[in-house]
Design a protein around this ligand. Structure first.
Ligand code: SF4
Ligand code: SF4
Length: 109
């Protein structure tokens, strides 16, 4: 299941914490569900809600072309393509990646 950030203007105090840290807080049209803005907001004005992704996009991973749901994280795209990506909740000692290399550049996972 994937998520989208929803902004609640009635709770927002315009403190600017979210927009100082991320470029897209609560922008549903571009949200890929990372959850960062909702974690940052001290007033619970950003909420993650479940959303079914309607479209698919085509990606090349290690030379293989795969189709995955649109607007998901790189980690989730890798999982959709069949890669095992450990989560933070898995057994202690397993590395849970927060960044990946894409075309030679380090990107948030
Ligand atoms: S910071 Fe993450 S959860 Fe918030 S809108 Fe952007 S992609 Fe969505
Ligand atoms: S962090 Fe929360 S309260 Fe502050 S501007 Fe962003 S949404 Fe509004």
């Amino acid at each position: 299941m994937y998520y989208v950030a929803v902004h609640h203007p009635d709770r927002c105090q315009n403190c600017g914490v979210c927009s100082q840290a991320v470029s897209c807080p609560g922008e549903e049209a571009v949200c890929y569900g990372c959850g960062a803005c909702a974690l940052l907001c001290p007033y619970e004005a950003l909420e993650m809600v479940e959303e079914k992704r309607k479209g698919k996009v085509s990606l090349e991973i290690n030379g293989e072309r795969v189709r995955v749901p649109e607007r998901i994280t790189i980690k989730d795209a890798l999982r959709e393509a069949g890669y095992h990506i450990p989560s933070a909740s898995e057994e202690a000692g397993i590395f849970a990646p927060c960044a990946v290399e894409v075309d030679g550049e380090v990107k948030p996972a």
